[in-house]
Design a protein around this ligand. Structure first.
Ligand SMILES: CC(C)(COP(=O)(O)OP(=O)(O)OC[C@H]1O[C@@H](n2cnc3c(N)ncnc32)[C@H](O)[C@@H]1OP(=O)(O)O)[C@@H](O)C(=O)NCCC(=O)NCCS
Length: 256
């Protein structure tokens, strides 16, 4: 094992999900080191973004992912073979090895990464709680009819907040399934109006409906909604860690 390749994280224990989050400002300050971890195709993808913030997010998210996963596998970040699944989900080419499950999300100034062991499928979603005048139309177009009814029953301010909670719960589920947009979001139902507790109430429309599911709201920062969905081994522990450029463990991996 080469200690310089470790991000400071340990591989998730059975039943553990690790949530890593990073602010764009911190990722920006380490762009050079993070971009050295990326494959040429990932650098080309980032270079296609017109806005500087989008380039920072793209390089930062992929660098964070590579650094954390590499630490789980005792590998160098740039040696990981990250491929794209049939519905756009980034995956690791396994070469016969059991690989950790992971999911990435970004919104506003935040990037979030969730990592679980090979016995689970994990999805994470974060959304900046921005003004969204047409949230009722978006809900009516995408959500389960019962979810829409419950959202419209809430006072408008609470409804707007609950919309973002619902959105992140549903996208986290869609990402854990690896299906993204191809999965009709109205085909399953999550709990509404319960910011600190989330449940999958109807999974019949999901490709992995029979699996045990866990939904966890994440309180990462003011002004952001986020949720974690896990299927397979139910998580008994969700750990949080922030990408911190002052942290000696991160400094080691960024110098590697
Ligand atoms: C994949 C998807 C879920 C991403 O959602 P998003 O909120 O736009 O973006 P996020 O930042 O949360 O997620 C993007 C990341 O998801 C991952 N991803 C892409 N396709 C994925 C898939 N099929 N399954 C799981 N993860 C996927 C990638 O890591 C991607 O980041 P990267 O391109 O930097 O590698 C999106 O393509 C999608 O299907 N969105 C649904 C949008 C929608 O209908 N919302 C309705 C709410 S009203």
């Amino acid at each position: 094992m080469n200690a310089s390749h470790r991000s400071g994280g340990e591989p998730p224990a059975p039943g553990e999900v690790q949530v890593w989050f990073a602010w764009l400002a911190d990722l920006r300050s380490r762009q050079q080191a993070l971009s050295k971890m990326l494959a040429p195709a990932e650098l080309a993808t980032a270079a296609r973004f017109v806005r500087e913030a989008d380039r920072v997010r793209s390089i930062g998210a992929r660098g964070l992912l590579r650094a954390v996963i590499a630490s789980c596998l005792d590998a160098a970040p740039r040696d990981l073979d990250v491929v794209t699944g049939p519905f756009g989900k980034p995956e690791l080419a396994s070469a016969g090895r059991q690989m950790p499950s992971f999911s990435v999300s970004h919104s506003g100034e935040l990037v979030v990464l969730a990592v679980a062991g090979p016995d689970a499928d994990v999805g994470v979603d974060v959304e900046h709680r921005r003004a969204l005048p047409d949230w009722t139309q978006l809900a009516a177009r995408h959500f389960h009819p019962q979810e829409v009814a419950e959202l419209l029953d809430l006072p408008p301010t609470l409804g707007h907040a609950a919309f973002f909670d619902c959105w992140t719960r549903k996208e986290a589920v869609a990402k854990a399934c690896g299906r993204g947009l191809s999965l009709p979001l109205a085909s399953f139902r999550v709990s509404i109006g319960t910011p600190h507790e989330a449940r999958l109430l109807d999974a019949t429309g999901l490709p992995v409906a029979a699996a045990p599911w866990a939904l966890v709201p994440l309180m990462l920062a003011d002004g952001y909604a986020a949720a974690l969905a896990v299927t397979g081994l139910p998580p008994h522990r969700v750990s949080h860690a922030q990408f911190d450029t002052d942290d000696r463990r991160w400094q080691r991996v960024l110098r590697a």
